[in-house]
Design a binder for this molecule. Sequence first.
Ligand code: MN
Length: 207
Amino acid sequence: MPVYSLPDLPYDYAALQPSISARIMELHHDKHHQAYVTGANIALDQLAEARDSGNLANVNKLTKDLAFNLAGHVNHSIFWTNLSPDGGDRPTGDIAAVIDDSFGSFDKFTAHFTAAAMGVQGSGWAALVYDSIGQRPIVLQYHDQQQDFPAGTIPLLLLDVWEHAYYLDYANVRADYVKAFWNIVSWSNVQERFTTAQKQTAGLLVP
Ligand code: MN
């Protein structure tokens, strides 16, 4: 039995048009996300085989494969729920206040996050995460799926800037894709993740 499985999208492929086309959503979910799920399961199986046989020569490779593919599975699972056909506009409630406090204003936050998304060199993600030591949100760039990811941070809002996420719709103009992203952000999902992250990490890393 595989450990990981592909979650269904919480909306139809076409639901995020015109920001993201149905064709991209179908390929991105059914092919790319599925490949990370499959890759993570294979890495776990091969690590189990290595333990059973006692031949641990490939542990480095398999460990990297597991980290990359599991991170791909986690990131995409979060990303789909961060988006909604009813999204956009501005956050309200706790998350709005904490964004203002942490980044100066919502506009300064979106400018910062957009610059992070635009600046990712090669493949990666822009990420608003909850830092459980600082007990505040910070903006990160993930390179590939999992690099430059500090322990103790929990993703709240992710934006995939791998070319597979936008090239069919926007070709090389990543800026237009990032601009369109703001129209489909589900701030209610970000709020829910923020509330959960605060509860989950209370007292865990900070005495
Ligand atoms: Mn992707």
